[in-house]
Design a protein around this ligand. Structure first.
Ligand code: FAD
Ligand code: NAD
Length: 464
């Protein structure tokens, strides 16, 4: 059988790409090795982590916020099996939704490991083995957790995010190696549920790749919640004796730091996944980090073979993978689409949430471009006081000369949703004054965006 397009990997990159190909009239097949569609994101990533973040937030509010709101409840108890069952149900429903979409769009799903035979042929090894040919191929095989050489995952106590989403109990003392997105999101889940959580991070700040103001504010808030941090501290050893895991590390001054816990989550990044793909047989190459090499059009060294999502360079984000999936489908259909990588938002689903789009202040400083900064604290908003979510800020960076918005960074309630107003503004190359002159509903968190834009454009915020 020869298809117009064969997509390998059914994560958000692959399945979205397959749908877009089908919409464009291309005869499309999707190969997936795992039993369910949806990839990391739906099975062991975005969706289960957000389900647990939401459940743990309800528990935290019941134990920490209800009384202040005048709601007295008997001490709430965690029903862990139910919390896990709900998470599973959310995942199952979401994954089966992808089966529905494949049927609806008449995408052929081939279950099994896909490996290249040559540049147009892929062997699919599942319950049965078959060989399929395609005019165009899209590799969307995603990523897997990085394992530290001295902290091999044992699946029980020294774990990756995958096991951390399905623990048999709430840890008493959780050690998190890596103060990046996974460490803080999953660390928050267990902190809210009562674990003692200690984050050991090599960099001097948590969320080190985001605007510096975000790491500072998030650390202040999470510390207030009781999370412990060892920053500027490199983990060098992890050992397990029975149910106790011991992490040894060295801080910048050369002091040894030792932390004990009953579980240790290693969240030090993810690596491109090409296991079993046999990409060399198709003439493809990878870089020093194992990511498939692609040009600006996401074409590999074989122009008819594309690669997208976590398996190629760039942010490891579901929405980045999806955009790339759409773009390659449209290219195959002869269109000329474009992705503005500067406008891909980065979001951390802690509470408060953190979200960014465009340039950080550190990047603008390094580039030498003149810029202005507008800030507005959430605590000055009526909406924030009403809900009790007074932590955080909106920070807007604008060009010193033209006032064009160059970057936006938010910590606060619903920052994940708020950031999109600034992404739209930047897409249309709005100035800070354009944003400031939009009438924002009252009382909403979005008023902080208007105020920060007023501050950026002419230091004329109203409520500060
Ligand atoms: P993947 O989702 O990894 O999918 C790749 C698929 O390919 C898998 O199903 C795999 O089984 C399959 N595959 C691999 N090799 C083969 C082969 N040879 N043959 C057949 N099939 C194969 N991103 C966000 O944007 N927002 C979030 O909130 C978020 N939360 C996350 C939380 C966690 C705990 C983790 C781990 C990640 C999170 N991410 C989040 C990142 C997000 O999951 C990834 O960026 C995204 O899944 C990448 O999509 P992809 O399609 O490139 O790859
Ligand atoms: P990350 O790159 O965000 O953070 C890893 C952290 O580990 C870094 O800060 C790094 O300095 C630190 N580190 C590395 N080696 C260390 C050592 N030996 N000792 C101490 N610290 C060390 O990676 P992650 O949190 O594992 O997430 C992986 C990917 O998944 C990210 O690229 C992220 O984009 C994606 N993800 C996204 C979301 C989201 O969008 N909300 C959620 C989860 C994951």
């Amino acid at each position: 059988m020869e298809y117009d397009v064969l997509v390998i990997g059914a994560g958000p990159g692959g399945y979205v790409s397959a749908i877009r190909c089908a919409q464009l009239g291309l005869n499309t097949a999707l190969v997936e090795k795992d039993p369910t569609l949806g990839g990391t994101c739906l099975n062991v990533g975005c969706i289960p982590s957000k389900a647990l973040l939401d459940s743990s937030e309800h528990y935290y509010n019941a134990t920490h916020a209800f009384a202040e709101h005048g709601i007295d409840v008997e001490a709430p108890k965690i029903n862990w099996p139910q919390m896990m069952a709900r998470k599973k149900q959310v995942v199952d429903t979401t994954c089966s939704g992808i089966d529905f979409l494949m049927n609806k769009n008449k995408v052929t799903v081939l279950k099994g490991l896909g490996s290249f035979v040559d540049a147009h042929t892929v062997k699919v090894s599942g319950a049965e083995e078959q060989t399929v040919k395609a005019k165009h191929l899209i590799v969307a095989t995603g990523s897997t957790p990085i394992e530290l050489p001295f902290a091999k995952f044992d699946g029980e106590r020294i774990i990756s995010s995958t096991e951390a989403l399905s623990l048999p109990e709430v840890p008493k003392r959780l050690i998190v190696i890596g103060g990046g997105v996974i460490g803080l999101e999953l660390g928050s889940v267990y902190k809210r549920l009562g674990a003692e959580v200690t984050v050991v991070e090599f960099a001097d700040s948590i969320l080190a790749t985001m605007d510096g103001s975000i790491g500072k504010e998030m650390q202040r808030v999470l510390r207030k919640m009781g999370m412990n941090f060892h920053l500027g501290t490199k983990v060098e050893g992890v050992s397990r004796t029975g149910d106790v895991v011991t992490v040894t590390a060295t801080d910048k001054k050369g002091n040894t730091v030792t932390v004990e816990g009953d579980y240790c989550l290693v969240a030090v990044g993810r690596k491109a996944n090409t296991a079993g793909l046999n990409y060399e047989a198709a003439g493809l190459t990878a870089d020093e980090r194992g990511r498939l090499n692609v040009n600006d059009h996401l074409q590999t060294s074989q122009p008819h073979i594309y690669a997208i999502g976590d398996v190629v360079r760039g942010a490891m984000l579901a929405h980045k993978a999806e955009e790339e999936g759409v773009v390659v489908a449209e290219q195959i259909a002869g269109q000329k689409p474009h992705i503005d990588y500067n406008l891909i938002p980065g979001i951390v689903y802690t509470w408060p949430e953190a979200a960014s789009v465009g340039k950080t202040e550190e990047e603008l400083k390094a580039s030498g471009r003149g810029y202005k900064v507008g800030n507005f604290p959430m605590r000055a908003l009526g909406r924030s006081r009403a809900s009790g979510d007074t932590d955080g800020f909106v920070k807007i960076l604008a060009d010193a000369g033209t006032d064009e918005v160059l970057g936006a960074h938010i910590v606060g309630a619903r920052a994940a949703d708020l950031i999109m107003e600034l992404a739209v503004a930047m897409e249309y190359r709005a100035s800070a004054e354009d944003v400031a002159r939009i009438c924002h509903g009252h009382p909403t968190y979005t008023e902080a965006i208007k105020e920060a834009a007023l501050d950026a454009t002419a230091k004329r915020a109203i409520h500060m």
